[in-house]
Write a protein that binds this ligand. Structure first.
Ligand code: CAA
Length: 382
């Protein structure tokens, strides 16, 4: 029996900002954003969406009625939760009609929360092979208008169904982790935007990648040649490239890894940072866009959550993986997005959700999603 990712669903906002428009408005050379940072577009999340509705919209695309019956655990990784007490998982479970005979809870460690969910799900299924686990990873990345982090904003949700004998990626049950108390990026209760030491955070990311990758190779007697591709947490796409460059050489295999990296960054460059979901959007992008990957190939995955936790693990592509289907599903989410001007984006950014009750004034008729926020109270979600 293998255990791993059987289905992946994705959702993001219907609105986006073009990075050339943003560069021009901020007095920067567009190539700094397009090449130096590696982002082309950025999802802008309207007040009609929060992590609960985005995750419900992502999960609805992949779950059958039979899945909803079989799921016995719903794990929600996020660092943009809507409640300090009640988990976002319970809302999604109810919105989608998932069996009430499930454990549902939220976990947090910055962008690492999705991976914590995947690993917990895999352990649970290994013990209970009949189980299915829904892992949700949704966030809204906000740094502030005119800040250096602004170009690395974004948002959206990934929903993954994990099961025995999965159709997409069978996990190897081989992983190495590293954690340290580090203040590179955090968001205390009184802030809506992250506090970040940007350059420091990129250095820590690379240190953690090098540490966990080295440990993985030593522990499992592997080297770079054992991987057909490596997928990274991508806060911005250049970040993964910087990390990959620390381990490759000039040889043909390294050139192939760079080619696969190009496939893995394509979707992230159009959506921006999803925090907990970014690694898994990159995995989706890799599988949907690679022209060379095939069943049985091993993929490395590097997860990083500021504060800080890193993990390197691996899996092999399953026979049932359908690249074209994954590509079609992604295209269907972003095909009809509305391009905002910079001033429209700034207004939407400022609107946000009211902090004390009351209905959102935003015109929800423009949001075509199945689940939207109508008011601040979660029981007003439809
Ligand atoms: N053409 C091409 N490239 C150009 C250019 C031009 N005209 N002008 C500048 N560049 C290049 C620079 O050379 C630089 O490239 P390298 O990094 O390869 O040297 C790149 O563009 C960026 O330039 P700067 O370093 O000057 O950019 P900056 O200081 O304005 O900000 C940032 C960059 C620090 C990443 C900032 O966007 C930020 O703070 N982002 C948020 C923090 C973040 O995402 N950290 C990632 C690690 S933490 C994590 O992963 C968790 C998470 O999700 C947040």
């Amino acid at each position: 029996m293998t255990v791993g990712i059987d289905k992946i669903g994705f959702f993001t906002s219907n609105y986006y900002l073009d990075m050339t428009d943003l560069a021009n408005a901020r007095g920067e050379d567009p190539n700094k954003y397009l090449i130096g940072i590696g982002q082309q577009q950025q999802a802008v999340i309207p007040p009609t969406q929060d992590v609960v509705t985005m995750a419900a919209n992502a999960a609805e695309k992949i779950l059958t009625e039979s899945d909803k019956h079989d799921i016995d655990m719903v794990i929600f990784g996020t660092e943009t939760g809507i409640d300090n007490s009640k988990s976002a998982a319970i809302y999604v479970q109810s919105l989608l009609g998932i069996s009430s005979r499930a454990r549902s809870f939220e976990i947090k460690q910055a962008c690492y929360g999705g991976t914590a969910g995947v690993q917990m799900a895999a352990d649970h299924i290994a013990m209970h092979p009949e189980s299915k686990v829904l892992v949700l990873a949704a966030d809204i990345a906000r740094y502030g208008i005119g800040t250096p982090g602004e170009v690395t904003q974004g948002g959206g949700a990934i929903a993954m169904l994990l099961s025995a004998n999965p159709s997409i990626l069978a996990l190897d049950n081989q992983s190495t982790f590293h954690s340290e108390n580090i203040m590179d990026f955090w968001r205390p209760f009184y802030k809506r935007e992250a506090i970040v030491d940007g350059h420091y955070s990129t250095n820590i990311y690379i240190d953690f990648f090098n540490q966990t990758f080295k440990d993985y190779c030593q522990k499992y007697h592997r080297n770079l040649n054992d991987f057909a591709a490596i997928a990274y947490h991508l806060p911005f796409t250049k970040m993964g490239l910087k990390a990959l460059r620390t381990v490759i050489t000039e040889d043909a295999h390294s050139q192939q890894l760079l080619k696969e990296f190009d496939a893995s960054k394509r979707y992230n460059a159009l959506v921006g940072n999803l925090y907990t979901g970014s690694l898994y959007l990159s995995l989706l992008s890799l599988l949907a866009n690679s022209t060379d990957l095939k069943a049985g190939d091993r993929i490395g995955l590097f997860s990083y959550g500021s504060g800080a936790q890193g993990e390197f693990y691996s899996g092999t592509i399953s026979d049932g993986m359908h690249a074209d289907k994954m590509a079609d599903e992604f295209e269907s989410v972003i095909a009809d997005r509305v391009r905002l001007s910079v001033s429209e984006y700034e207004k939407m950014y400022a609107d946000g959700l009211p902090t004390t009750g009351g209905d959102v004034t935003f015109d929800s008729a423009n949001d075509p999603s199945r689940f939207i926020v109508l008011g601040r109270q979660a029981d007003q979600l439809v």
